[in-house]
Ligand binder design. Structure first.
Ligand code: NAI
Length: 324
């Protein structure tokens, strides 16, 4: 059984929806949990401390340990304060679930600069503001750690009216990629989750009561079905890093970025756009492919096929140990 006794977890946006369920399950499995929630509306307006308090009470009533945090993830001070709450209250930090989020739908040609910045401030900047101080604590503990960034299929696959949200959520994958590479030598792992779960983000966005109550899909996306994935990735049982997984209606699947083999133009040739157009089929093939563990895998693959060395004098490419 996956056990969190002696471990401390932070879950942001843990007062409602999916985050609340992650926090409760982590606490049920022995983690001391920082229940962070600003208590805002789905659009990010207002604050309400009672939202986090209620989840703390719920955890404590079942015999678990938790503390409320009302800081917003959207500032460096907020991120630091959340991490400080973990360390000052429970003495350490083992796992971070970066989950707090807001949502709204706007056609791309009507998206204001303010809306763009607001969305990135909570999701992407918030992920950074939280994870950097947390990373420093984990590194200093010399005992590893786990990051779970809540991304979205709306980002990596795309969703209409969500340019700002999609960009922010996919940005978190880039952040997780590098935390994974730099953290690996310290036993600090970072993975992302693309959840689908029935919450106010779904009900307020869909609106149509009949659809919400009668759609088989709506009934199938019970938010509880995302919890096993997030909790597994937050645990020490998870021994991999740098991956993305989707959880939707009880289907758990890896999401990966593949690099196709592509078209290799003749060495020393200067292919024109006409040449490329001629070989577009080959350049666009999605099989075979590799899943690069870092940028170096792409460099090495091209070098290998070109029969060249990345380093002067044929020396081995100096890949940082953590990125291999
Ligand atoms: P929710 O709206 O029920 O919960 C989000 C929580 O985050 C709220 O309690 C809110 O007060 C809190 N929050 C908002 N801004 C905050 C801030 N600046 N600092 C601290 N807390 C803040 O939404 P839900 O559905 O539970 O979503 C959780 C996460 O999962 C979000 O990041 C969302 O984008 C993501 N997600 C959800 C999907 C779904 O199907 N529900 C699909 C894909 C991604």
């Amino acid at each position: 059984m996956i056990d969190f006794n002696g471990q401390v977890a932070v879950v942001t946006g843990a007062g409602r929806g999916l985050g609340r369920l992650y926090a409760i399950e982590l606490a049920n499995r022995g983690a001391a949990v920082v229940v962070n929630d600003l208590g805002s509306s789905m659009h990010g307006e207002g604050t309400d401390g009672a939202v986090a308090d209620r989840v703390v009470e719920e955890i404590e009533r079942s015999g678990g340990r938790a503390v409320a945090s009302y800081d917003s993830v959207d500032s460096p001070e907020g991120g630091q304060a959340i991490v400080d709450t973990a360390v000052e209250t429970f003495g350490r930090l083992d796992a971070v679930v970066s989950n707090a989020g807001i949502f709204n739908s706007i056609p791309f040609d009507e998206l204001s600069v303010e809306n763009w910045h607001r969305m990135l401030a909570v999701h992407l900047n918030g992920g950074f503001y939280l994870s950097q101080p947390a990373f420093k604590v984990m590194k200093a503990q010399q005992d590893g750690g786990r990051f779970v960034f809540i991304s979205s299929s709306a980002g990596i696959f795309g969703q209409p009216l969500e340019a700002h949200y999609a960009a922010a959520k996919t940005g978190l994958m880039g952040l997780a990629n590098v935390i994974a590479i730099e953290g690996e030598e310290h036993g600090i792992f970072a993975n992302t989750v693309l959840p689908t779960g029935f919450s106010r983000m779904v009900t307020e966005t869909v609106g149509d009561e009949k659809f919400l109550s009668e759609s088989g899909f709506m009934r199938a996306i019970r938010p509880e079905l995302v919890v096993p994935l997030v909790v597994f990735l937050a645990s020490r049982t998870c021994e991999f890093t740098h991956r993305n997984y989707s959880a939707c209606a009880g289907r758990f699947a890896r999401v990966f970025i593949g690099l196709g083999r592509g078209w290799l133009a003749d060495a020393d040739s200067d292919p024109t756009c006409d040449d490329l157009a001629e070989h577009l089929g080959e350049a666009s093939e999605i099989e075979p492919f590799i899943v690069p563990a870092s940028i170096f895998d792409e460099v090495l693959e091209v070098c290998d096929r070109r029969g060249i060395s990345a380093m002067p004098g044929g020396a081995e490419i100096a890949i940082p140990e953590a990125a291999q």
